[in-house]
Design a protein. Structure first.
Ligand code: HEC
Length: 147
C-alpha cells in the first residue's frame, strides 16, 4: 500500500506542470544533448512547493484538531528567491501572487482565532497563482481546503 502511494506521489509530481515537461522533452530531443536526467531534477522552487504542501497539510490538521498554530514557517519566504524550472515564469504576475500568498499565510499565525478562514484564503492564493502558472497540482492543492 505504501509503495502504491509513493508511486502515485511520484507520478503526480512528475506530471505537475505537464505542458512544460513536454516542451522540455522536445527541446532536449532537438538539441540532441541527451541530458535525460536533467528533466527529472526538481527545481529549488518545486522542492519548496512540495515542502509548503506538506507543511500546510500538517497545519491543516492542527487547525482541524484545534491544536496550537505555532509560528509562521520562515522558509516560505524563499518563494521570492528560489530558482524555477523556467525562470521566465518569475514575472510580475508571479511576484505579485507570491506576495499575496505570503500575506495570506502570515495572517493565519497573526490571527489564530480565525485560523480556518485565513487558512482557506491562503489556499485560494496557492490556487490563484497556479491557475496561471502551473495547472497540474491544482486538484491536489484543493484537497487542503478545510470544509
Ligand atoms: C506565486 C505563485 C505560486 C504560489 C503562490 C504557489 N505556487 Fe506552487 N508552483 C508555482 C510554480 C511556478 C511552480 C512550478 C515550479 C517549478 O517547476 O520550478 C509550482 C509548483 C508546485 C507544485 C509542484 C512541485 C513539483 O513537484 O514539481 C506543488 C505541489 C505546488 N506548487 C503546491 C503549492 C501550494 C500547496 C501552494 C500554497 C501553499 C503553492 N503551490 C503556492 C507557483 C506558485
Amino acid at each position: 500500500m505504501k509503495k502504491i502511494l509513493l508511486l502515485f506521489i511520484i507520478a503526480s509530481v512528475s506530471f505537475s506542470c505537464i505542458k512544460k515537461a513536454e516542451e522540455t522533452n522536445v527541446a532536449e530531443e532537438k538539441s540532441g544533448t541527451g541530458k535525460e536526467f536533467e528533466m527529472y531534477k526538481m527545481s529549488e522552487m518545486a522542492m519548496l512547493m512540495e515542502q509548503m504542501y506538506v507543511d500546510n497539510e500538517q497545519l491543516r490538521q492542527r487547525i482541524v484538531n484545534g491544536d496550537t498554530i505555532g509560528k509562521f514557517p520562515n522558509h516560505f519566504l524563499k518563494i521570492h528567491k528560489s530558482v524555477m524550472t523556467d525562470e521566465q515564469e518569475n514575472d510580475a504576475f508571479f511576484k505579485l501572487q507570491a506576495a499575496n500568498f505570503i500575506n495570506a499565510q502570515e495572517l493565519i499565525y497573526e490571527d489564530p482565532s480565525n485560523a480556518k478562514e485565513h487558512f482557506n484564503k491562503a489556499v485560494d492564493a496557492c490556487v490563484q497563482c497556479h491557475e496561471v502558472k502551473c495547472g497540474g497540482p491544482i486538484q491536489r492543492i484543493k484537497k487542503l481546503y478545510i470544509k
